[in-house]
Design a protein around this ligand. Structure first.
Ligand code: PLP
Length: 441
């Protein structure tokens, strides 16, 4: 057997000098991953938030197999194919109506890059070149490519890449647990949007777009926003003539309880980024949706209006076939009933967790539940993280805490018993937090 060291594979977000060897997974089925060493792991994070209907779902597997026998790929400039057309048709049926046009790319980061470039060129094509700056939220995460890193928050992830990041205007996030303006949610008037309101009032003529992760900031610590926060941002963008980009890469396809998080707030953005769950977690594919108003500025006899962006695998037919199959499962299986059942369990479990002395805050939205633990060293590099991670694996559960924030983000096919097991394991870990912390120091 070849050891991973001999293979020289460089794994993402992994410190080889400190982290254990990667676990070799041979197959997946439903919520479970089966390792070569005989272990069975319950995937409680949907393999980095991509899986919706369970691993190796036969319908998606079959759709990919069928497509690959027909057409594996074709250049997407000057050519099109059935899978892209059917997927576009299906997405248009579920996207908020004004989002009519779809630009395909490869993953969450490229969906964000596309949205940023589209927003910039939209104003350029309108002759308003001065509108070239972006506003992003504190705690934001939009991916690891240069533009996505720029709109992402200042964090340890991006320290080494400062020179690559373009300057971005920042606005507070509605992080109610650490309210940026010192208010209480029960009595506040979403006062945390005041700095954004001032920024837009003063500088809207130089701002192209505001980019947000609607209602749930994922990698920044599973921060859940009140719907009023997103609603206020939408209003402000409209009032000041600034585009709103909703990065639904994580929140899309049911994670927050509705097909898209924006729906929960009754908000329609000007651009929307989709990826992760788009293919049910089978293949990398992304789409950036925009309104007709945005799209039409790119059309005309002047070639310089063209959106000069594309990737070799744009609209890859296999990815499109997987996405179509995943969307069909929303029709053929009780997906939203499963989502509602997960949501209900999260709501039932939250109060007891919140009372635990090791817990600082509990946040839930849709199928996502996050527990922020008290820690002497809060943040992504908290020593609790590796201790908790190892503990969960030892119990057969894949949970990847974001520092001292433990979260559950399961495939929708998880059963009540399986989810209860994850809660039991988290409960056990909370009782051991002091010992886990000591173990690492
Ligand atoms: C909200 C959001 N946007 C963009 C991305 C980047 O996606 P990818 O890792 O597919 O490039 C992520 C990844 O976690 C994300 O959570």
């Amino acid at each position: 057997m070849i050891s991973p060291k001999q293979l020289s594979i460089w794994h993402p977000f992994t410190q080889e000098a400190l982290d254990p060897q990667p676990i070799h997974i041979e197959r997946g089925e439903g919520v479970y991953l089966y390792a070569r060493d005989g272990r069975r792991l319950l995937d409680a994070i949907s393999s980095w938030w991509v899986n919706l209907h369970g691993h190796a779902h036969p319908q998606i597997a079959e759709a990919i197999a069928e497509q690959v026998r027909k057409l594996e790929h074709v250049v997407f400039a000057g050519f099109t194919h059935d899978a892209a057309e059917e997927l576009a048709w299906r997405l248009r049926r579920i996207l908020p109506q004004p989002l009519e046009h779809l630009f395909f790319s490869d993953d969450g980061s490229t969906a964000v890059e596309v949205a940023l470039k589209m927003a910039l060129q939209y104003w350029h094509n309108l002759g308003q070149q001065r509108k070239s700056r972006f506003v992003a939220l504190e705690h934001a995460y939009h991916g690891d490519t240069a533009g996505a890193m720029s709109v992402g928050a200042d964090s340890d992830f991006v320290t080494a890449f400062q020179e690559l990041r373009f300057p971005v205007l920042r606005a507070p996030s509605a992080h109610c647990f650490r309210c940026p303006v010192g208010k209480q949610r029960a009595t506040c008037n979403i006062d945390c949007t005041e700095p954004l309101a001032r920024l837009l009032e003063e500088r809207h003529d130089e701002i192209a777009a505001v980019i947000v992760e609607p209602l749930l900031q994922g990698a920044g610590g599973m921060i859940v926003h009140p719907v009023e926060f997103l609603q206020r941002i939408r209003k402000l963008c409209t009032q000041y003539g600034v585009l709103l980009i909703a990065d639904e890469v994580l929140t899309g396809f049911g994670r927050c309880g509705r097909m898209f998080a924006c729906e929960l707030a009754g908000v329609v953005p000007d651009l929307m980024c989709l990826s992760k769950g788009l293919t049910g977690g089978f293949l990398p594919l992304a789409a950036t949706a925009c309104t007709a108003a945005v799209h039409e500025t790119f059309c005309g006899p002047d070639r310089s209006r063209t959106f000069f962006h594309g990737h070799s695998y744009t609209a890859n037919p296999l990815g499109c076939a997987a996405a179509i199959a995943s969307l069909k499962i929303f029709d053929s299986e009780p997906v939203f009933e499963r989502i509602a059942a997960i949501e209900k369990i999260h709501r039932e479990q939250a109060p007891a967790l919140a009372r635990h002395p090791a817990v600082a805050d509990v946040r839930t939205i849709g199928t996502v539940m996050a527990v922020e633990l008290r820690a002497d060293d809060p943040g992504y590099f908290s020593e609790l993280r590796p201790a908790l991670y190892d503990f969960y694996l030892s119990k057969g559960v894949l949970l990847r805490p974001l520092g001292n924030v433990v979260y559950i983000l399961p495939p929708y096919v998880i059963t009540a018993e399986q989810l209860q097991y994850v809660y039991d394991v988290i409960g056990e870990s909370l009782d051991r937090v002091p010992r886990l912390a000591a173990q690492r120091s």
